[in-house]
Design a protein around this ligand. Sequence first.
Ligand SMILES: Nc1ncnc2c1ncn2[C@@H]1O[C@H](COP(=O)(O)OP(=O)(O)OP(=O)(O)O)[C@@H](O)[C@H]1O
Length: 333
Amino acid sequence: MPEILLEARHLHLGFRLGGRPFKALDDVSIAVHRGEAVGLVGESGSGKTSAALALLRVHRPAAGSLHFAGQDITHAPERGLRALRRRVQMVFQDPYGSLDPRWTVERIIAEPLVAHGWGRRDAIAARVRDLLAKVGLPADAAKRLPSQFSGGQRQRIAIARALALSPDLVVADEPVSALDVSIQAQIVNLLQDIRAETGVAYLLITHDLALLHRMTDRTVVMYLGRVVESGPTAAVVAAPQHPYTAALIAASPAAKAAGRERIVLAGDPPSPLSPPAGCAFHPRCPVARPRCRLHSPPLAPQDGGRAVACFYPGELAAAPALAECPRIARNGR
Ligand SMILES: Nc1ncnc2c1ncn2[C@@H]1O[C@H](COP(=O)(O)OP(=O)(O)OP(=O)(O)O)[C@@H](O)[C@H]1O
């Protein structure tokens, strides 16, 4: 196994909502190895972005530890985070909001180079040209403004900026979900090519199971601020152990495309302000038993580098007729 690049152990993070405290992250552990692509998946509000921002020390966790390239950065002062800031970059969902509209593309891509004291002006200009070529944009894009580009092209600009400092890890938060479907595949291919060429690691935040399957080696499934399942992506998708993972997979458009009836998880996740007692998933779980209402299952290791937080792992995945489970409703459309 390659070296661990970034690792969070037992992170806890609290926020306030309307003055009331709640747990955004509850005992979350995530590791990204050098060159690895890890997917963080879950419904909206499950804590994926909070986990990524805590890993990057944008949010300061209330408890737990963080290591980057072997260094304990849990309590490092801001100047102690320089290596992390340089070697880990982010790509956001919205290529409109994440690029300053008044800056030329050259200035946008050069900004991290300038901030980290990267060489002379002509060297920076040459680096920007290389990066534009790498992401498939013409050299004359450098002098133009973001508004002169389409959504897919803007995401290419954002990717070029993220690659400027040759990072070890790119955290990509729903990098294609704001783009037209026809453009999504192009950006996914670009991200794949870049990884093959540079060996960069990815932490991909998504609720798109097909994207996860296509792009990642390992998957971490979150529900209401906790990790409920993790393991090699191929194994998790082929035989999910947590009923929540099984339901997410069954509800994905890919499952529909494969000719299976589309099913969706009934109801919304509970409010993080008042999480259910016991297993937080039990009110929506088709295989829940009385025990699940009382006790919260720990994330228990399984064979093959997998882990699952469920007292009845694999039951829902093995159920032949997921659509008939009482608490998982058929999609009305
Ligand atoms: N800065 C903040 N202050 C207070 N609450 C926050 C803050 N950021 C996120 N939250 C809340 O924390 C919970 C987790 O949010 P988070 O954005 O991490 O989820 P997510 O899984 O990334 O969702 P999405 O897919 O919608 O981005 C949500 O209930 C959200 O409203």
